[in-house]
Design a protein. Structure first.
Length: 421
C-alpha cells in the first residue's frame, strides 16, 4: 500500500456481506435528541452513551438522513414534526455516521418541508424559476450539497433524488391554483418529460460528484403494484438512469405483508436488473394512530413484543426476494425519555413506532432482530476478502476498486481487514 495513504485499522465488528446487504434506519433527529438530553438505554436497562455505536453493536450497518433546502421556511407544525435538517445539520450527522463506520443514505427532499405523495412544494428560493431554470438549479444544488458533504468526510454511499416521488416533484407553491399545480402532477402524461428531466439533472450531479454512490428512486405505492410498475416503466421510457428501487412500506397505510410480497414479486419480475430497498418501514409499539387504514393488531399486537413479531415476519418475507438488499426503519431514534417538555422538547408529539420506549428510554425488542435481515452475517474474517492478500482494494459490498490515491474517503477492505482511507 502506498505510504502516502493514511490507513487506520478498525476494531468495529459491523456485519459485512459479500452480497452487499444493508440494514439500519432513518435517524434524522438523533442529534436533536442527544443535544436536548434524551436518555437511551438498551433493552436490559443499561445506559447507552453513544447511540450510533450501540446501533453498530446491534448489527446495523447503514443509516439514512433527510435534507431540506431551507427548513426555516417550513410551516410551524411541520417544524414540530421534525423538519429541521438543513445542510449544516446533515453534514454533522453524516460525518457522525461515517465516523461510526456505517454507510450513509442521503435523502434529498428538494423542498423546504416534508416531500411526500401529497406535497412536493418547491423551495421558496426556487418558487419563481421557470422549468428550464429549475432543471439547472436542481443540478447545481445537488452538486453543491455533495461537494460540501465530501469536504467534511460525509460522502454518501446511497443518494435518494427525491422523497416518495410517486406523483412527481417540485410542483410549485401550496398557494398556487389547482390549474397551475396540475401542470406538474405525473397523473397527466404530459408532465412526465418535465419530471424526468428534473431527475436526470439531479442524477447527473450525483454521478459527477459521487461516482461510487448508488442512486435510489423512492416511491410508496406498495398497495398499488400496477401503479408502481407503471412508474418505473416510465423511468425506463424516459431514460432515467438509476440503481435502486426504493419503497416505503407501512402496514397500517399500505396493507398486509401479503400485499408487500405481491408488490415485490411484480417489481422483481419486471425490473430484474434493479436492486430494491425498503427505505422506510415501521410498526407501532404503543397506541396506533387514528388515520391507520389497515389494522394488523390481531396478528401483531401494538406492544413491544408485537412490534418484534411484525419485524420478524417482515424480514422473513423480504429475505425471500433476492433483489431486496436494504431494510431501514423510519424514525428509529424517537425517544422522549429524559426531555424537559417545557424547554427542551424535540417534537410536538410522541412517535410510538420508533425503536425506543418514550416512557423508559429502553430499546424495543424489535431493534435486536433487524440484523436478521442480513442472514449469514459475519465478522470480516469470515468473508471472501480474507483470501485476497495482494493489496487489492474492495468496497464493503465486494466491488474491487482502483487507485487509492483517487478514492473518496471511506471504509474499504484490504488484505481481509477493514480500513479507513
Amino acid at each position: 500500500m502506498r505510504q502516502i495513504i493514511t490507513i487506520i485499522l478498525l476494531t468495529l465488528t459491523l456485519p459485512i456481506l459479500a452480497d452487499g446487504k444493508y440494514v439500519g434506519g432513518d435517524i434524522s433527529l438523533l442529534p436533536s435528541y442527544i443535544d436536548h438530553g434524551a436518555k437511551y438505554y438498551d433493552n436490559a436497562g443499561n445506559a447507552i452513551s453513544d447511540p450510533l455505536a450501540f446501533f453498530g453493536e446491534q448489527g446495523l450497518n447503514t443509516m439514512r438522513v433527510r435534507l431540506f433546502v431551507n427548513p426555516e421556511n417550513a410551516p410551524s407544525d411541520h417544524k414540530g414534526q421534525g423538519v429541521v435538517q438543513d445542510l449544516a445539520y446533515v453534514k454533522r450527522l453524516g460525518k457522525m455516521i461515517k465516523d461510526a463506520g456505517m454507510a450513509l443514505i442521503l435523502d434529498f427532499h428538494y423542498s423546504d418541508t416534508w416531500a411526500d405523495p401529497a406535497k412536493q412544494w418547491t423551495p421558496a428560493a426556487w418558487a419563481e424559476l421557470s422549468d428550464n431554470e429549475l432543471y439547472e438549479r436542481i443540478y447545481s444544488y445537488t452538486r453543491e450539497v455533495l461537494q460540501e458533504m465530501k469536504a467534511v468526510g460525509a460522502t454518501p454511499d446511497f443518494i435518494q433524488t427525491g422523497n416518495e416521488i410517486s406523483y412527481g416533484m417540485l410542483w410549485g407553491r401550496s398557494s398556487d391554483s389547482a390549474s397551475q399545480l396540475k401542470k406538474c402532477y405525473t397523473n397527466n402524461d404530459s408532465n412526465w418529460p418535465r419530471f424526468c428531466q428534473l431527475l436526470k439533472n439531479a442524477i447527473k450531479a450525483c454521478r459527477e460528484e459521487c461516482p461510487n454512490a448508488q442512486v435510489i428512486i423512492h416511491t410508496e405505492r406498495v398497495a398499488q403494484p400496477n401503479v408502481l410498475q407503471a412508474f418505473y416503466d416510465k423511468m425506463k421510457t424516459y431514460g432515467v438512469e438509476y440503481d435502486i428501487i426504493g419503497l416505503s412500506y407501512y402496514s397500517y397505510y399500505h396493507g398486509t405483508l401479503d400485499a408487500l410480497n405481491t408488490a415485490l414479486n411484480q417489481l422483481e419480475s419486471r425490473f430484474s436488473d434493479k436492486k430494491i430497498m425498503l427505505v422506510e418501514v415501521g410498526y407501532f409499539h404503543d397506541w396506533q394512530t387514528d388515520d391507520a387504514k389497515y389494522d394488523l393488531s390481531k396478528t401483531y399486537p401494538i406492544t413491544g413484543e408485537g412490534q418484534k413479531a411484525f419485524t420478524e415476519a417482515l424480514i422473513e418475507i423480504v429475505n425471500k426476494h433476492a433483489n431486496v438488499n436494504g431494510l431501514f426503519w423510519w424514525f428509529m431514534e424517537a425517544n422522549e425519555y429524559g426531555l424537559d417538555w417545557n424547554t427542551k422538547r424535540v417534537t410536538d408529539g410522541w412517535y410510538n413506532a420508533g425503536l425506543f420506549d418514550n416512557q423508559t428510554g429502553r430499546a424495543e425488542p424489535a431493534l435486536s432482530v433487524l440484523k436478521n435481515f442480513l442472514g449469514e452475517s459475519a465478522d470480516i474474517n469470515q468473508t471472501r476478502w480474507q483470501k485476497d492478500t495482494n493489496n487489492r482494494i474492495y468496497t464493503i459490498d465486494g466491488r474491487q476498486v482502483g487507485d487509492a490515491k483517487v478514492l473518496p474517503s471511506g471504509i474499504y477492505i484490504v488484505n481481509g481487514k477493514k480500513v479507513i482511507f
